[in-house]
Design a protein around this ligand. Structure first.
Ligand code: NAD
Length: 358
């Protein structure tokens, strides 16, 4: 069996913007991988990032990148609407791919990536980084061991009072939507994953575009690398998703909302116990007629960026080397895309969408 360190996986990072640095930092800590190229359609961005991380090769075009035999795997860190097309190109060229979330901006595109992955036999992992954070890894073990019993309710909230990343994130053509597809897809995935990935049957959603980008308000946080102003996405989305078997999930995500503070909260609830995994991992249960809150003694009770990306990229590298089975497969990206698309469709129609009447 190959072990990381005995073989070095040649990796390329495509998209030299904000999140690419989290990937590059994590690859740098991986014994089994070496970043051999950086690609961005803006050559100065690719060159600057390559220089910062000591990467030899710079490309401005993915086709040229894929002609380089040293590239065996690709991290896709471009704007959302390019993910599917680039992922299909990478897989058809016989390379493994780690696609940042969201996998795609439409279900049709997500399914095209799934088909390309199946035909290629290569690893196609979706960037659901929160699954790899220590608090989630710990909780998943409790859930899988049946400690929460049957999980029938999930809650996924990611509300920003004023936290629009600007640039392409506000341009529906390039982003596929606003806070729902961006920060909502992280918490939706997390709750759905912890609920055991149930099959969605109906979706009822609402979207609102009332407040807009509101630049200058709110804490400084990541911004899109381009700075154009657009306003074609929602400020707020909410949804109720019902699953086969009767479980349900309540979802809400905003970039702009008159709320007293930002709120990140993900929880799952079963008939033997419940757990809040964000803002901090706590398990709620009952023993001997007494309610208990259990706080695991782990390094980070909340999402930790280094731990999350270290876990995600380490797992991707080991999956490419045949050492692990992908924990965030393309099928899960398809499922989340299906739910997100249904929320937008339901909101546009003002009606519940039935995904699976069977
Ligand atoms: N996992 C997370 O927590 C997390 C956090 C932030 C962003 N993201 C995701 O990462 C992706 C990138 O976000 P960002 O904030 O880094 O964006 P960004 O705007 O900072 O950078 C994107 C870069 O991609 C380049 N690019 C776009 N299309 C390209 C193409 N076809 N070929 C080559 N280069 C291309 C752009 O020139 C730009 O430099 C998005 O899909 C976003 O949803 C994930």
């Amino acid at each position: 069996m190959t072990r990381p360190g005995e073989m070095s996986l040649g990796v390329a990072v495509v998209g030299a913007g904000s999140i690419a640095t989290a990937h590059l930092d994590a690859y740098r800590r991986q014994p089994g991988a070496r970043v051999v190229a950086v690609c961005d359609r803006h050559p100065e961005r690719a060159s600057a990032l390559a220089a910062r991380y000591g990467v030899e090769q710079v490309h401005t075009d993915v086709a040229a990148l894929l002609a380089d035999d040293r590239v065996q795997a690709v991290s896709l860190c471009t704007a959302n609407a390019s993910h599917a097309e680039l992922a299909v190109a990478v897989l058809e060229a016989g390379r493994h791919v780690l696609v940042e979330k969201p996998l795609a901006t439409t279900l049709a595109d997500a399914l095209a990536v799934e088909r390309a992955a199946a035909a290629s036999g290569r690893v196609a992992q979706v960037g659901f980084v929160r699954r790899f954070s220590g608090n989630v890894v710990a909780l998943k073990r409790f859930v899988d061991a049946g400690e929460l019993g049957e999980v029938y309710y999930g809650r996924a909230t990611n509300l920003r009072r004023a936290g629009h990343p600007g640039g392409w994130y506000g341009d529906r053509e390039r982003s596929g939507g606003g806070p729902l597809i961006d920060i909502g897809s992280h918490v939706l995935d997390l709750a759905w994953y912890l609920m055991g990935r149930p099959r969605p049957v109906t979706v009822s959603g609402n979207t609102y575009a009332r407040l807009g980008e509101r630049p200058g308000l709110g804490p400084r946080r990541y911004r899109a690398t381009d700075t154009g102003r657009h306003s074609s996405v929602e400020d707020l989305a909410n949804a109720v998703i019902r699953f086969a078997g009767g479980a349900s999930l309540l979802l809400e995500a905003s970039y702009s909302l008159h709320a007293p503070e930002d709120r990140l909260s993900v929880s799952v609830h079963g008939d033997r116990g419940g757990a809040e995994v964000e803002p901090e991992l706590r398990i709620a249960t009952e023993r001997h007629g007494t309610m208990l809150n259990v706080t695991p003694q782990i390094d980070h009770l909340s999402f930790d960026l280094d731990e999350g990306f270290g876990g995600e990229i380490g797992h991707f590298v080991r999956s490419c080397l045949g050492l692990e089975v992908p924990l965030a497969p393309v099928a899960d990206g398809v499922a989340v895309t299906r739910m997100v698309e249904a929320v937008y469709a339901s909101a546009a129609a003002g009606l519940e969408v039935v995904l699976d009447a069977g």
